[in-house]
Ligand binder design. Structure first.
Ligand SMILES: [Zn+2]
Length: 340
């Protein structure tokens, strides 16, 4: 199975520990993990590892390689048959302090874009939206003031994106958790975005139905196609992807960024700029100018606003956070958020 399948498993296991249980993934006799399970399940108290089959706290779910629950293979026609009754629950990832510290250095409030689809799958082309359209979306959102970030892997690099090389998939997910929005294909990254609570614009196309692997917090674009599940390169999927326009993706992205209150980052050297002054109380402005913290974030009921002095991105040890109660004039902040 893929990383996305394992993230879906963490959704199936949600809240088990709260019931005093752990979920055993397997056929009822043997716990079956695949090559990604250990990485995705690390630190997860809801899931029992292989070797714990005889423990009394297990609840079995027969979800494993060859038995994904949300689909089954039609061998003769080389396609997936989707289980239209399946609805995914957002998964969970439990990060350690090193992963979180690294992620803090990536920044926050950016739009994470992923144009690449892992090419080893025979159906990869059915999930791929054109690279030049990702470029066009990135350019438009950057013009709106969004920072575009891409994890540096795969063939296509978005020109205006800051390239970030993540030490592992888990590190990438910890950084994704700090994004305002994910834009990219259905797959490990979109399951990850749901797991870390980040909204998404997900390019589904005609391969897989959003009913089966899509999340309520995401805008899922199909190009109007009925999903075929074809494991071969498919003209119907190509046409579905081609029908999803740059305009449609940009406006879906803007809907998220506007509706949720886009995280904003202020960079400055020396005195606090006027826009920051208008957001926070005078005592806080004094504090910013007096203290030597290069970066700090203010958590608000509507999200997080980052103020930063150079350099950007900050090192993890430069980041400090102050609470919302005493530092932010919330009425003014809310008024400002509403203008976005
Ligand atoms: Zn198709």
């Amino acid at each position: 199975m893929g990383r996305g399948d394992n993230i879906m498993a963490t959704g199936l296991a949600r809240d088990a520990a709260a019931r005093g249980k752990r979920i055993a993934f397997g056929d009822g006799r043997r716990i079956t993990w695949d090559q990604h399970s250990k990485e995705i399940f690390r630190g997860n108290p809801n899931i029992a590892p292989p070797g714990s089959e005889s423990n009394p706290d297990l609840e079995w779910i027969d979800y494993r390689t060859g038995h994904r629950i949300y689909n089954r293979l039609d061998r003769a026609r080389r396609r997936w048959i989707w289980n239209m009754d399946f609805r995914p629950v957002p998964g969970e990832l439990f990060f350690n302090e090193h992963e979180l510290a690294w992620a803090a250095g990536v920044g926050s409030g950016f739009v994470l874009m992923e144009p690449n689809v892992e090419a080893f799958k025979t159906w990869a082309s059915n999930k791929r939206w054109a690279a030049d359209r990702y470029d066009a979306v990135a350019t438009r959102l950057a013009a709106d003031g969004a920072e575009i970030v891409q994890f540096a892997h795969g063939d296509h690099r978005i020109r205006c994106a800051r390239q970030v090389r993540a030490p592992s998939f888990r590190h990438a997910m910890a950084a994704l958790a700090r994004a305002s929005l994910y834009v990219g294909p259905e797959g490990g990254m979109h399951h990850g975005a749901a797991a870390v609570g980040v909204p998404g614009v997900v390019l589904f196309g005609g391969f897989i139905p959003p009913d089966v692997t899509g999340y309520a917090g995401h805008i899922n674009l199909t190009g109007g196609a009925k999903a075929c599940g074809s494991l071969r390169t498919c003209a119907h999927c190509r046409a579905a992807m081609d029908r999803i326009s740059v305009e449609e993706v940009v406006s879906a992205a803007r809907q998220h960024l506007k509706g949720r209150g886009m995280k904003e980052r202020f960079e400055f050297i020396g005195n606090v700029p006027e826009k920051v002054r208008s957001l926070v109380r005078p005592e806080l402005v004094d504090w910013i100018e007096r203290e030597d913290f290069p970066v700090f974030g203010v958590k608000t009921p509507l999200g997080e606003v980052d103020f930063c002095r150079r350099p950007w991105p900050p090192r993890a040890d430069m980041v400090t956070t102050i609470g919302s109660e005493h530092d932010v004039d919330e009425d003014r902040l809310i008024a400002w958020e509403q203008t976005l």
